[in-house]
Write a protein that binds this ligand. Structure first.
Ligand code: F1P
Length: 336
C-alpha cells in the first residue's frame, strides 16, 4: 500500500503539468463532449471518470468500451466536437490502437492517451498524453495502475471544474491510504469461506468500481462474479442468493434511503453481506462493514472503497491456491 500511496503522491505533484495538457487540447479543439474509453479494467475506470467529469465540469461526458466505439461509431459518436480519452495501462491493447487510428479520420475528434507507458504505440497515435511512469506494474492484473489512473482523472476533473471541495479531498488521499492500518484486515475478513458467486453492487459513479471489483475476483481467484446497480439486483437476480453468495455493496450517499433495506433483505435470504462505505448505524446487521471517510463524496469514495476489495481478491485467491498476479488464460496485454 505504501507503493500505491507513493504513486498517488507523484500524480498529485504532477497535477499542473497534466492540467496544461487538458487546457491545450480542450481549447484547441473547442471541445464540447468528452468520451472516455478503454478495455476491461480501463473501461471500468473510464466509466467512473466520466461520472466525475459530468458532475464536476461543464462538459458532457460518457464512457464507451473501445470495442463498441470501434464497431459502432455511428451509435456512439454524437457529431459534437469530441475529445476521446483513450485509457490503457499498456498503451498497446489492439482495440485502443484501432480506435485512435479511426479517430484520426473523424472530423472534430481529438484524442488523449492516459497510460502507464509514455513511450507506447498509443501515445504515438494520440494528439496528447497523460502518463504515469511510476504506475507500471509487473502483475497481469491491474491494481495500482487502475487506482493511479483513476486518481489522475479525478484530479483532472476536480481542477477543470474548479471544485475546491473535491480537490481538497483528493489532495489528502495519499496520506489517508498510507495511514489505513486496518486495510488488510478489512480485505481478509470474509476471505476464509468459498463462495459460489460474488455479487458486486454500486450506483452511479460507483458502478464502474463495482464492475472493476467483480473483474478483480474473477481474474485473481477464478471466482464467478456478477455486477449490478444495487436496486436492479432486486428485479430477478436476487433469486440466486443463498449462503454461498457474497454480496459486496459500495454504498452511496444517494442510496442511503434504499440500500440498507436491500442489504437487510439479502441477509434474510441467506447471503453473506459486506458493505464498503455508508454509516455503520444504517448497516448494523451486515457480516462486515468497512467504514470509509465520511467526507468522501460518491465520486471519490470508489477510489478508497476499491482498496479493501483488491486486498480481498489477493487473500481469497491465495487461500484457493491461485496466484493473484497471474490469472489463467490472461496476459498483461490483450492483442487481437
Ligand atoms: C486492459 C486489460 C485489463 C485486464 C488485463 C489485460 O489493458 O485488458 O483489463 O485486466 O490486465 O489488460 P490495458 O489496455 O489497460 O493495457
Amino acid at each position: 500500500m505504501a507503493e500505491q500511496a507513493q504513486t498517488w503522491r507523484t500524480v498529485w505533484e504532477a497535477r499542473d503539468s497534466y492540467q496544461a495538457v487538458w487546457r491545450r487540447l480542450l481549447s484547441a479543439g473547442q471541445i464540447e463532449e468528452l468520451v472516455f474509453t478503454g478495455c476491461g479494467s480501463s473501461y471500468y475506470l473510464a466509466s467512473s471518470a466520466a461520472a466525475a467529469f459530468s458532475k464536476w465540469t461543464t462538459y458532457s461526458a460518457k464512457s464507451v468500451p473501445a470495442s463498441e466505439w470501434l464497431l459502432y461509431p455511428d451509435q456512439h459518436a454524437s457529431g459534437k466536437r469530441t475529445l476521446l480519452v483513450i485509457i490503457s495501462r499498456s498503451g498497446t491493447t489492439t482495440e485502443c490502437l484501432l480506435v485512435a487510428e479511426a479517430a484520426e479520420k473523424m472530423q472534430g475528434v481529438r484524442t488523449l492517451a492516459v497510460t502507464c507507458h509514455p513511450d507506447s504505440a498509443l501515445t504515438q497515435r494520440c494528439d496528447d498524453t497523460l502518463a504515469i511512469p511510476a504506475g507500471r506494474e509487473e502483475s497481469v492484473v491491474m491494481t495500482k495502475s487502475f487506482t493511479s489512473m483513476l486518481y489522475l482523472l479525478l484530479i483532472s476533473g476536480a481542477l477543470l471544474g474548479e471544485n475546491r471541495y473535491a480537490q481538497a479531498e483528493l489532495a489528502g488521499l495519499p496520506d489517508r491510504i498510507a495511514a489505513w492500518t486496518q486495510l488488510e484486515a478489512e480485505g481478509k475478513a470474509l476471505s476464509g469461506q468459498d463462495y459460489r458467486t460474488v455479487v458486486c453492487l454500486g450506483a452511479g459513479p460507483l458502478y464502474g468500481i463495482a464492475q472493476e471489483a467483480g473483474l478483480k475476483v474473477k481474474e485473481m481467484a477464478v471466482q464467478p462474479s456478477e455486477v449490478y446497480h444495487p436496486l436492479e439486483y432486486r428485479h430477478g437476480p436476487k433469486s440466486i442468493v443463498n449462503d454461498q453468495t457474497l454480496i459486496v455493496l459500495f454504498a452511496s450517499d444517494r442510496g442511503r434511503e434504499y440500500e440498507p433495506q436491500l442489504m437487510r433483505e439479502l441477509k434474510q435470504l441467506g447471503g453473506r453481506v459486506w458493505v464498503i462505505g455508508g454509516s455503520a448505524d444504517l448497516f448494523s446487521n451486515v457480516d462486515r462493514h468497512t467504514p470509509l471517510e465520511k467526507s468522501a463524496g460518491d465520486w471519490t469514495r470508489g477510489l478508497l472503497g476499491l482498496l479493501p476489495l483488491q486486498q480481498f481478491g489477493v487473500h481469497y485467491a491465495i487461500r484457493r491456491g491461485y496466484d493473484p498476479d497471474r490469472p489463467r488464460h490472461l496476459s498483461q496485454v490483450v492483442q487481437l
